[in-house]
Design a protein around this ligand. Structure first.
Ligand SMILES: Cc1cc2nc3c(=O)[nH]c(=O)nc-3n(C[C@H](O)[C@H](O)[C@H](O)COP(=O)(O)O)c2cc1C
Length: 299
């Protein structure tokens, strides 16, 4: 499947069938997870598969997820890290989203669940003898409702959509399709991409001329905590910088790591071969908004 189609159609699944995932599928998934872990060497990023879905759900009900709304699924994957440094948040979420692409390819659904503020006593069930940090787990399983593209339309896209993250259960008009699925809206390209410096509007023409229109259009479908979409891009002559609003909020670093993954994959699909170079300690202020550049991608 084309990566842009995948991005456009991916969505968080919050309702699962009770059916457990077949053993061979889980093995295949965790083999892949192991390969990702290994690629991080001794940086300490680990995926832990929890097969005791009921137990985890009952323990975390009322304590994990948005306002304690825990998502019920037959299995969960925990994202474990050795520390809670900024770079670790970026790398760990990049790694998790790599794994979740595989989950999607296996026709399974997934949804990140935030356990950052879950009391340690309740979270104990997630730890193993290594006693690492766990700030997110991901629900995985067979979605209760399948998603389908029902018709074509000439709608103008997502502009002027509101960005409330929990109003996800409604059909909406997409650029080319009428999509009958649960999804959440996204900011427009001009809201998140700037030219040369933060706040400087980018023209459609500039994006067209540089062949970057599709890239920025599709990466907006990356998931983010509370659908806050804190990522911002600055397009320069030979590079793109990725920044986030309010870098003190570690969830925004997680969202940035996810975005780095999708950006690289989408860029690959249109012929770029680069990787993000991480940047740190670059906090800037624009019109009272605090943001920081976390990475640079050379075009
Ligand atoms: C880091 C992260 C944490 C999230 N935590 C939760 C959560 O605790 N509960 C939940 O229902 N959804 C959670 N989500 C899912 C987001 O709400 C979802 O990605 C966003 O609303 C966009 O919707 P979509 O993924 O369906 O496109 C999380 C997503 C991310 C990336």
């Amino acid at each position: 499947m084309l990566f842009r189609n995948f991005l456009e159609n991916r969505t968080s699944t919050r309702e699962y069938k009770e059916t457990v995932i077949e053993r061979d599928k889980l093995d295949m998934l965790m083999d892949f997870a192991f390969k990702i872990e290994k690629s991080y060497g001794n940086e300490g990023i680990r995926f832990k598969l929890y097969q005791n879905g009921d137990e985890i759900y009952n323990e975390l009900k009322g304590k994990a997820g948005y306002s304690g709304v825990m998502i019920k699924s037959p299995h969960y994957i925990g994202l474990q890290t050795n520390d809670e440094n900024d770079l670790t948040f970026l790398k760990a979420s990049y790694a998790m989203e790599t794994l979740l692409t595989k989950v999607y390819q296996m026709d399974l659904g997934s949804c990140w669940i935030n356990v950052m503020d879950t009391p340690y006593d309740s979270k104990k069930i997630l730890f193993d003898e290594n006693n690492k940090h766990v700030n997110y787990i991901v629900a995985i399983g067979y979605p209760k409702n399948s998603q389908k593209i029902t018709d074509f339309t000439n709608s103008d896209g997502l502009q002027n959509e509101d960005i409330e993250y929990l109003n996800t259960i409604r059909p909406f008009k997409e650029k080319k399709y009428f999509v009958d699925k649960s999804t959440s809206s996204r900011l427009s390209v001009s809201d998140i991409v700037f030219y040369n410096e933060f706040g400087n509007e980018i023209s459609q023409e500039e994006l067209d001329n540089r062949g970057l229109n599709e890239l920025f259009y599709y990466i907006r479908y990356a998931p983010s905590d509370k659908n806050e979409q804190p990522w911002r891009f600055i397009l320069k002559n030979n590079s793109v910088e990725l920044g986030v609003i309010d870098p003190q909020d570690k969830n925004n670093l997680t969202d940035a790591g996810i975005m780095m993954y999708y950006f690289e994959e989408m860029a690959k699909s249109i012929g770029y071969k680069g990787n993000w170079n991480f940047k740190q300690d670059n906090i800037q202020d624009y019109k009272g908004i605090n943001y920081t550049i976390l990475g640079e991608y050379n075009l």
